[in-house]
Each structure stands twice: as structure tokens, then as C-alpha cells.
Ligand binder design. Structure first.
Ligand SMILES: C[S@@+](CC[C@H](N)C(=O)[O-])C[C@H]1O[C@@H](n2cnc3c(N)ncnc32)[C@H](O)[C@@H]1O
Length: 499
């Protein structure tokens, strides 16, 4: 892709009166995003040739464009939108008479015709003209993916979709809140909201400044059948349309860098948050244009300046701001992958009390995470005495030994009585079971009616020779004859058994 880099920092009138064939009294003054220097130059030449009118184009760095638009009041402004929401924002700020988006060529080029100058109107119309399209067509603009709501949604669905359940789990874990009202600021296509709804009993409100994005989010939520749980509001985080102390939880993913005044936005979040509420806002910003992303130390300074008493910047799997209301629960904190699995098992099956069996190779912390987020009494079964010793030492240190016991064994030969456990969870061990079919049958045997088993992992570091394909695993699962057994390829590979 060609990168257009001809940004001129100063306004440069490129077409003089001498070039003007028409004799128009008033030239059209155009203020142009500097990255469009070459294509707009060509456009203007074409326009002058075709319509015989004079245009004075001044090219300026995009960061200064808005300010200069306000100050200089050109007849027309042309820019590539850096983020789709700015199209509206700029339009409003400039009181533009017309805002257009050129869908073709691919970059959404925005042109606002601001004045009553007839030449400006003609030039604006020309931008939609076939001649202009032909000129534009040869330019290949590099624009960030979020230039366009539809394109952003497509990008999320194609590239990021699998990450949202994890982000939702993390947010629920960090906030330690499962019910009440949750606001998602900068909610985009609503994918996060769908996952939050699936994992909790929260009533979710997505807030986004871009009405087009909100329309898309509503569609996505309807397709997921969750419109009873999730609604959307068009609005600006800097002036949130909610009463004080309204939300139990406020989250945001991937949007903070786009908030113009982060201090103001965070103060708004704090105003809307209940004293018992927790907010968690941030992201990994892997695809966010670098110029938006703010350094962690700068963000810490901004957070300090808000004066919010319990607010911190967390740099772990991304950059996050966590705000706790003065009466918020203390326990919510993200630790790593096992808490997610624990929450997934508990939230998916709604089993919070009773007996749980964890089958592992050695201590991973899963049993402790299960104990933290539920009332379950857990037995951890490892294949060797040594593994059990290591595990019980860790559990003793944690003070959870009352609720976690240990046993040496393998699932194929385990001797627990029939219908002992409400929940069986295993992470990273299944590929090691020598007779998987028998292991699954035994797990089913020890499950109580109404119970569930979740067995699998992501196997990121497991040698390919050790792994089993999902098709082979499905075949094994079928051979067990268990009625409710399935293999799920979602954030890893999991066997789910319901009894
Ligand atoms: C990169 S997208 C992230 C969307 C969504 N959170 C996700 O994870 O897919 C950023 C979103 O923030 C929204 N946004 C930007 N500035 C905003 C503001 N001031 N108030 C509310 N939403 C805003 C944009 O319209 C966009 O939908």
C-alpha cells in the first residue's frame, strides 16, 4: 500500500490567480488534510479544467486541521477521517452544511462544504463526480481500520472475535461484580457486551459516540438474541447521559485512546459509578494507530490529576485504568489464565457449591481460583505423590487448605464413589490420559446428576505430537456412549460433559 506522507505544516496556496481560467471573483478556499496533498492537487487541477473555477488549497497537518477549520473558516474542508466517530464530531463543530463520505475509493474521504460560496458548492459536488472518482481511484490511501464503522465491525468479527470472551472474563474478574448495571463506554459493535451478558447477570448499556456504530451493535445484539439484556445509547463519554451513582460497573475496551480529554472522561466515569462500583477501562491496543496510544506514565499522571481516590493504571496484558468506588469490593483482581478457566466453569454451569474434582498433572492454581470464586470444596487429583506434595504446600500457604484436598491418581483408574462430584475441571491434562475414552467414562461415573465437567486447555506449549485433533476427540467422545458430551473449539479445545 502506498503511504502518503506529504504533510505540510504550513498552509500553501498551490494555485495562483494566474492559473485560474475562469475569472471567478471569489476563489474557493479549501483546507486539506496534508496527507491528501497529491490527490487533492490533482483533483483541483481537474476541477479547474472541467469547471473553470479557481480553488486555493492549503494543506495542513491533520492534528491542526480542526483548529484551523474553526479559525480560518475555509469554504470547504477535506480530510481523511482518522476515526470514524470524528466525522460527526467535526461536522458538528464546524457547523458544516454538508458532510459527505466518499465510499469509493476505499478510504472514506470526508468533505465538508462550509460556505455559501457557489464555487465551493460546485467543488463539493465535483468530489462526488465521476471525473473526481476517476482521479481518486488511482490513489491508494492508507487509513486506519477504524475509519469506518462497518469496516471496523468486520475487522472485529474476522480478527478479534475470539478475544472478547477472555476480555469479558477478565473484566468480570477484575471488578468482582456479576449483577446490576454495567456501562461499556465506546462500545463499538457490542461484541464485548454480548460476552459480558453471557457470563453474568448484568444489564448492559453500551455508550458510543458514533450512531452508525450503535446501529451495528444493535444488529449484532439482536442476532445474539440478547436484546433483553443489552441496550445502546449514542453519547459522549465526556458528557455521559447518566445520573450520578448510576452504574455498578463501567468497562471499556480499545476506546480510551480515542477520548480527547482523558481526565474529563475518567471523572465522568467516576461520577456515574456507584460508590460500590468498579470501572475497568483500557486495552492492548495492538491495532490502534500509535499516535493515539498514550504512554503508561503519561496515563498515570492524568489519573493522578483526576484526584479520584482509588484509581490505578495497571500494565498487564495491555494498559488498563481501574477505578474503585469507596465502597467497592476488594477481592476483584486479575491474576492469569486459571482464574479465567475457573470463572468459565462456574459461570457456564452455574455450579457454585458442592464438590469439585480438579484433574491435573501438577499444581496450577486452578483449585485455588475455584475456591476463591465459589463455595465449592475441591479435591485435586495429580498422578504422583510428588505433585501432590507440591500442590498441598502451595495451598497451605494460601490458607485455603480447609476447602482443598488432594489425591494421587489418574482418571481412568480413579476410585471415587459414583456421583461424588458436582463439577469436574481439568486443564492441560487430557492429552496425557492414556485411555481417553475410559477416562471420560470414569469422569461421567463420578459426576452427580445435574453436574458438569469441563476438560481441556489451549495447549499453547504442548508439542504437536502430544495433542489430539478435535475430530479424533469427537470420535472418542461418541464412543463413550455418554448422551451429553461434546467437544468445543473455543479458546482452546474442551470436552464438556453434562449429566
Ligand atoms: C476501537 S473502537 C472499540 C470498540 C469496542 N469497545 C470494541 O472493543 O470492539 C473505539 C470506539 O470508541 C468510540 N468512541 C470514541 N470516542 C468516543 C467518545 N468520546 N465517547 C463515546 N464513544 C467514543 C468509537 O466510536 C468506537 O466505536
Amino acid at each position: 500500500m502506498r503511504v502518503i506522507c506529504s504533510i505540510l505544516l504550513f498552509a500553501v496556496p498551490v494555485f495562483s490567480n494566474a492559473e485560474n481560467p475562469s475569472g471567478d471573483v471569489k476563489p474557493v478556499k479549501a483546507l486539506v488534510d496534508g496527507r491528501l496533498h497529491e490527490p487533492v492537487r490533482e483533483l483541483v487541477l481537474e476541477f479547474q479544467r472541467a469547471r473553470g473555477r479557481r480553488v486555493e488549497a492549503s494543506f495542513i497537518a491533520v492534528e491542526k486541521l480542526r483548529q484551523r477549520m474553526d479559525k480560518d473558516r475555509p469554504d470547504i474542508g477535506i480530510w481523511i477521517s482518522e476515526a470514524h466517530h470524528r466525522r460527526d464530531e467535526m461536522g458538528k463543530a464546524l457547523d458544516a452544511r454538508v458532510i459527505c463520505r466518499q465510499a469509493s475509493p476505499p478510504a472514506p474521504v470526508l468533505a465538508a462544504c462550509l460556505s455559501e460560496n457557489p464555487g465551493a458548492k460546485a467543488f463539493y459536488d465535483f468530489l462526488d463526480d465521476a471525473v473526481a472518482q476517476a482521479v481518486w481511484g488511482k490513489w491508494d490511501f492508507r487509513v486506519a481500520m477504524e475509519t469506518d464503522a462497518e469496516a471496523y465491525n468486520r475487522f472485529v468479527e474476522e480478527k478479534l472475535r475470539a478475544t472478547y470472551p477472555l476480555t469479558a472474563m477478565r473484566m468480570l474478574g477484575e471488578c468482582g461484580i456479576r449483577r446490576g448495571i454495567c456501562i461499556d463506554v465506546g462500545s463499538g459493535g457490542g461484541q464485548l457486551d454480548i460476552e459480558l451478558a453471557k457470563l453474568s447477570q448484568l444489564k448492559i448499556i453500551g455508550l458510543d459516540i458514533d450512531p452508525e456504530m450503535v446501529d451495528i451493535a444493535r444488529k449484532n445484539v439482536r442476532s445474539a438474541g440478547l436484546e433483553g439484556r443489552i441496550s445502546f445509547v449514542v453519547g459522549d463519554v465526556h458528557k455521559m447521559p447518566f445520573a450520578d451513582n448510576f452504574a455498578d460497573m463501567i468497562v471499556s475496551r480499545g476506546a480510551l485512546p480515542f477520548f480527547d480529554d482523558k481526565k474529563k472522561a475518567l471523572l465522568e466515569v467516576y461520577r456515574v459509578l456507584k460508590p460500590s462500583g468498579v470501572a475497568f477501562l483500557g486495552g492492548r491496543y495492538l491495532y490502534t494507530p500509535r499516535r493515539y496510544v498514550i504512554g503508561t506514565e503519561d496515563l498515570r499522571t492524568i489519573v493522578r490529576k483526576t484526584g479520584i481516590p482509588d484509581a490505578e493504571v495497571i500494565e498487564a496484558r495491555g494498559q488498563w485504568v481501574k477505578i474503585r468506588g469507596p465502597e467497592a469490593p476488594r477481592q476483584g483482581q486479575f491474576v492469569g489464565g486459571m482464574p479465567m478457566v475457573a470463572r468459565r466453569a462456574i459461570v457456564d454451569y452455574g455450579i457454585r457449591a458442592g464438590k469439585c474434582l480438579v484433574i491435573g498433572r501438577a499444581f496450577t492454581g486452578l483449585e485455588m481460583e475455584l475456591a476463591k470464586v465459589s463455595e465449592l470444596d475441591t479435591t485435586a487429583m495429580y498422578p504422583s505423590e510428588q505433585a501432590v506434595e507440591g500442590g498441598s504446600a502451595k495451598v497451605n500457604e494460601s490458607g485455603l487448605s480447609q476447602r482443598i484436598g488432594f489425591s494421587v491418581g489418574e482418571p481412568e483408574t480413579m476410585t471415587f464413589a459414583e456421583e461424588t462430584f458436582d463439577l469436574v475441571v481439568s486443564v492441560g491434562a487430557l492429552p496425557f490420559w492414556k485411555d481417553k475414552e475410559e477416562a471420560l467414562r470414569q469422569i461421567y461415573r463420578v459426576l452427580r446428576p445435574g453436574g458438569a465437567a469441563l476438560l481441556g486447555g489451549r495447549y499453547l506449549y504442548m508439542p504437536p505430537g502430544r495433542r489430539i485433533s478435535s475430530d479424533a476427540l469427537r470420535q472418542t467422545a461418541r464412543q463413550t456412549g455418554i448422551a451429553k458430551i461434546r467437544v468445543i473449539d473455543d479458546m482452546g479445545q474442551w470436552v464438556e460433559i453434562r449429566k
